[in-house]
Design a protein around this ligand. Structure first.
Ligand code: ADP
Ligand code: MG
Length: 515
C-alpha cells in the first residue's frame, strides 16, 4: 500500500558514530538506482534474517535513565545541536551498558578488568578532554597482538593424560574470545581479542546477544537512511517529538507514511509499552501530524473561530497554537465518539500538534476508504444503515456534526464503517453547523444512491432524520434557506444575550456583582 518514507527506530548502537553529522541535513543526492526485484529480494532477505534473529535472541531493551531531553522550551531550531544532543544521549547509554558489561565480567573476582578506557565521553560533556576520542577504534590498532590460537576442529589437542578437549575451561575461554571477531564490525570488543582473555560461555553468550541486538538496531537505522523520501513531510521539531515517543518506549517503531494531505501527515507505528499500567497502547497506531504550515488552514478558521468552545482562546492565539487546537479538537471529538460507541480511532496520546490514535487496519495496511472499496449490495445496504445510525448518534449523543463526512473519511474495516478525520467537527449550534450537516447529508445520500441502495433517503430526508428538525421545503434552495434562517435565529439569540450582558457594564449604571 505504498508506505513511503520516514522510519524512526529505537536509538542506534552506542558504538556507531552515526549522528556526528547532521541527520536531517541536505538529502544525499547521489541515489543509487536498482531494480525493484533487487530491492524486493534484499528486503525479503533482511526481513527473514531479522525474524530469525528475533526468535533466537529476543531483544534486550536498554532503558535510558530518565527522559532524554527535559524542559519544553529547549531550543530545537538547530539540527546540528539536536544531533549532538542525541549523540550525547547515545554515548551515555553506551557508557552505562559498558559499566554493566564490566560488572558482569568481573563479578566477584579479585583481579578485575577495567573498561574505563572504552568509555565514550562525549566532547560536549563537561568532563571530557579532546584527545579522548581517537583510540576508540581498536580494530585497526597496528600494535594489536596476534589472535590467540584456537582449538583444532577435531575438538582436542595433546595425547594421553595431556589431552585437552574443547570443553576445557581455558581453551574454551580463549576460543570464545576469538569468536568475538565474528560480531558485526560496528560492535567494539576492545583489546579483548588481542589479549589472552578467557571468556566464560555465560559472558560470551551475553556479549553475543548484545552484539546481535546492536546489529539489528544499526540495520534499522540503515533502513531509515534508505527510506528518507518523506522526510520533508515533518519538520525537525516534529521529528524530535516523534523520536521522543519512540525513545520513551511508547511507540516501538514508526514504519512509514500512510497519507500526506494538505493539512496533515499520517504515519503508521507499532505500539510500545505504556508508562502507566492502566493504559494499554494498541499494537498498531496511526500518528496524525497536523501541518504547521498555515496556508491551508486559513480557509478553515470558520470552523474553529465560531466554535464557542474555542472562542475565548482563538483571538489570543498565535498560528502554532491554532494548529495545536486542531489536534486538540480532533482528540476531544474522537473521545466523545468513543464514549458513544461509534466505531472510530481510539485516542492514545496528544502531544502538541501530534495526535496518536489506534490504527484502523492491519499489518501496516490501512483500512480502505469507502470510496475505494467495492462492497456487495448487501454490505452496501448494511453500511448505509450503519452510517445513518452513526450520524444520529453523533448529533444526539455527541452533540456533533462531522462537517467533512464523505466516502473519503469513512473506512471499511472488520465488516463495518469507521469514522475518521473529525478535527473540523463542530457542535450543531455552531453558526454554520446546520449547513455543514446538510452538506454531510448530501455527500452520504448521493454516495449510497449512486451505489444502488434503494432505501437511501435523499439529503433533505436524511437531514431531518439526523437532526430531528422538521424542515418541510421540498426543494434544495428553499430547504437551504430555511436552514440558514434557523442558524440566524440561533445567532441572534446568542447576540442578544451578549448585548444584554455588555449593556450592564457599559450604560453607566453601577456594575452588578453577581459572585
Ligand atoms: P486529512 O485531514 O489529511 O484528510 P485524515 O484524518 O482523513 O486526515 O487522514 C488521512 C488518511 O490517513 C485517511 O484517509 C486514512 O487513509 C489514513 N488514516 C487516518 N487515520 C487513520 C487511522 N486511525 N487508521 C488508519 N488509517 C488512518
Ligand atoms: Mg480525510
Amino acid at each position: 500500500h505504498g508506505l513511503v518514507g520516514l522510519v524512526i527506530t529505537r536509538p542506534p548502537p552506542p558504538g556507531a558514530n552515526v549522528y556526528l553529522q547532521c541527520p536531517w541535513g541536505a538529502p544525499n543526492t547521489t541515489s543509487i538506482s536498482c531494480s525493484l526485484a533487487d530491492v524486493m529480494s534484499e528486503q525479503l532477505a533482511k526481513e527473514l534474517q531479522l525474524e530469525e534473529e528475533n526468535a533466537a535472541f529476543p531483544e534486550v531493551v536498554a532503558v535510558a535513565e530518565g527522559p532524554f531531553i527535559t524542559g519544553e522550551n529547549i531550543d530545537t531550531s538547530s539540527d546540528l545541536m539536536l544531533a549532538q544532543m542525541l549523540q550525547m544521549e547515545f554515548d551515555r547509554e553506551y557508557d552505562a551498558q559498558l559499566r554493566r558489561e564490566e560488572k558482569k565480567i568481573n563479578g566477584d573476582s579479585k583481579v578485575s578488568i577495567s573498561f574505563e578506557n572504552y568509555r565514550k565521553v562525549h566532547p560536549y560533556d563537561s568532563d571530557s578532554s579532546e584527545d579522548e576520542v581517537d583510540w576508540q577504534d581498536t580494530r585497526h590498532d597496528p600494535y594489536r597482538a596476534d589472535k590467540p590460537t584456537t582449538t583444532p576442529r577435531k575438538g582436542f589437542i595433546g595425547k594421553g593424560k595431556d589431552i585437552t578437549t574443547k570443553h576445557d575451561e581455558v581453551v574454551c575461554g580463549r576460543k570464545n574470545t576469538a569468536r568475538m571477531e565474528n560480531f558485526a564490525p560496528e560492535f567494539q570488543v576492545g583489546d579483548g581479542i588481542g589479549m589472552d582473555l578467557k571468556l566464560s560461555n555465560q559472558v560470551f553468550n551475553a556479549l553475543k546477544q548484545h552484539a546481535y541486538s546492536e546489529e539489528r538496531r544499526s540495520a534499522r537505522l540503515h533502513e531509515k537512511k534508505e527510506h528518507s523520501t518523506a522526510e520533508k513531510a515533518v519538520d525537525p521539531k516534529t521529528r524530535l517529538l516523534l523520536y521522543k515517543m519512540v525513545n520513551a518506549g511508547m511507540l516501538e517503531t514508526i514504519t512509514g507514511c500512510i497519507s500526506t494531505g494538505k493539512e496533515s501527515v499520517v504515519f503508521h507505528a507499532y505500539g510500545g509499552k505504556s508508562a502507566t499500567e492502566d493504559k494499554v497502547i494498541p499494537p498498531e497506531c496511526a500518528i496524525k501530524v497536523f501541518k504547521t504550515t498555515l496556508n491551508e488552514f486559513k480557509n478553515r478558521d470558520k470552523y474553529i473561530k465560531d466554535d464557542y468552545r474555542f472562542k475565548d482562546r482563538f483571538s489570543k492565539l498565535n498560528p502554532r497554537k491554532i494548529i495545536r487546537m486542531w489536534a486538540e479538537k480532533e482528540m476531544h471529538n474522537l473521545t466523545r465518539m468513543q464514549n458513544a460507541g461509534i466505531p472510530c480511532p481510539q485516542v492514545v496520546i496528544l502531544k502538541k500538534h501530534v495526535l496518536v490514535m489506534s490504527f484502523i487496519g492491519q499489518d501496516q495496511v490501512p483500512a480502505p476508504k469507502l470510496k475505494d472499496v467495492t462492497l456487495s449490495s448487501e454490505d452496501m445496504k448494511k453500511a448505509y444503515y450503519q452510517i445513518l445510525n452513526m450520524m444520529q448518534q453523533l448529533y444526539k449523543e455527541c452533540n456533533l456534526v462531522h462537517a467533512d463526512l464523505s466516502e473519503y473519511n469513512m473506512l471499511w474495516h472488520d465488516g463495518k464503517v469507521w469514522l475518521i478525520d473529525v478535527s473540523q467537527s463542530v457542535e450543531p449550534t455552531h453558526p454554520h453547523g446546520l449547513e455543514f450537516l446538510f452538506r454531510d447529508c448530501r455527500n452520504v445520500s448521493q454516495f449510497f444512491q449512486k451505489g444502488g441502495v434503494a432505501e437511501a433517503l435523499n439529503e433533505r430526508e436524511l437531514f431531518n432524520a439526523v437532526s430531528g428538525l422538521n424542515i418541510t421545503a421540498d426543494n434544495e434552495v428553499d430547504f437551504q434557506a430555511e436552514i440558514e434562517a434557523l442558524e440566524k435565529m440561533n445567532e441572534d439569540h446568542v447576540q442578544n444575550h451578549g448585548k444584554k450582558l455588555s449593556m450592564f457594564s457599559n450604560d453607566g449604571d453601577p456594575p452588578i456583582y453577581d459572585e
